[in-house]
Design a protein around this ligand. Structure first.
Ligand code: UTP
Length: 289
């Protein structure tokens, strides 16, 4: 079985739900505590053993590329001032030379189209896909758990998360088949169903391990729900010929593309930090009265 070496991060969306904050700053660069959202997700991929990081960017996203590069002036200044802890942090956050690639989605035609834009960089091997605005917060990274499942099952693996029935119409939802250890066989997928039509209340939470055959299906695809080229439609086509497994993430998920999710993520990540939590807890208590 081929090892999963590469991960794709689609970061070409417009982030309209976060205007005006995202007029000049990509939403993926908004900080959760003191790290940009995208850094948290790259950290998750590195923990899972990913070796190559592919970013599908768009206009106004150049700062993401700068973030994953050395900043010589800053580093020289930190060195002169003896700020070794900060220097070490900067260098440990950075993927190694030649481990990043950037390609552009020229128009935001949908997530499926953004993934298809990475086809040449991924090549003919299974790969991970991480949606940066969905932060998966738990004792263990979500992708690391999915890798373990993939080593046992092969095929395609998707992380899923239980949501209340009345929220299923906001997400891609999977049908649940036979259990297999920590995972289960996926029997169907539907994008943003009405609660009455939803096959379960397990949402597709934004982490995938996909076989490269998805690219040929994405290539043929026309626009679907919401006028966008949907990834779910091509996964559904792939499900006819290849197995898909659901991985139940044990932790909390924050949709940082929404204001409430982003604010809640900041609180949760701050409360999980030993250096910040005690003082922050006092501030929260004072605010909540
Ligand atoms: P979203 O729909 O949540 O992102 O896409 P968006 O379009 O930026 O946000 P809003 O709705 O306008 O606020 C999920 C992920 O897919 C990427 C986004 O960057 C985000 O990480 N995406 C989406 C693309 O890269 N290209 C697209 O055409 C659409």
């Amino acid at each position: 079985m081929k090892r999963i070496r590469k991960a794709v991060f689609p970061v070409a969306g417009l982030g309209t739900r976060f205007l005006p904050a995202t007029k000049a700053i990509p939403k993926e660069m908004l900080p959760v505590v003191d790290r940009p959202v995208i850094q948290h997700v790259v950290d998750e991929a590195r923990e899972a053993g990913i070796e190559h990081f592919i970013f599908v960017t768009g206009r106004n996203k150049g700062v993401i590329e700068d973030h994953f590069d050395k900043q010589f002036e800053l580093e020289a200044t930190l060195e002169r001032r003896g700020k070794t802890a900060e220097l070490e942090l900067l260098s440990s956050d950075l993927p190694g030379a030649g481990q990043t690639s950037f390609t552009r989605q020229q128009e935001p035609l949908g997530l499926g189209h953004a993934v298809w834009c990475a086809r040449e960089l991924v090549g003919d091997e299974p790969f991970a896909l991480l949606l940066p605005d969905m932060l998966h917060h738990g004792p263990r990274g979500c992708l690391a758990g999915m890798m373990e499942v993939h080593r046992e099952t092969g095929g395609n693996v998707i992380s899923v998360y239980e949501v209340p029935r009345d929220q299923v119409s906001q997400y891609g939802i999977v049908g649940v088949g036979e259990s297999r250890g920590k995972s289960f066989r996926i029997t169907s997928m539907v994008e943003k169903p009405k609660p009455a039509d939803a096959p379960s209340n397990y949402m597709i939470s934004g982490r995938y391990i996909l076989q490269p055959d998805i690219f040929a299906l994405l290539e043929k695809q026309t626009v679907g729900a919401g006028g966008e080229i949907q990834l779910t439609d091509s996964m559904l086509a792939l499900l006819q010929t290849q197995p898909f497994f659901g991985y139940r993430f044990e932790g909390r998920i924050f949709d940082c593309g929404s204001k409430i999710g982003f604010l809640a993520a900041n609180v949760a990540y701050a409360l999980a930090r030993d250096d910040i939590a005690p003082a922050f807890r006092n501030e929260l208590k004072a605010l909540l009265g």
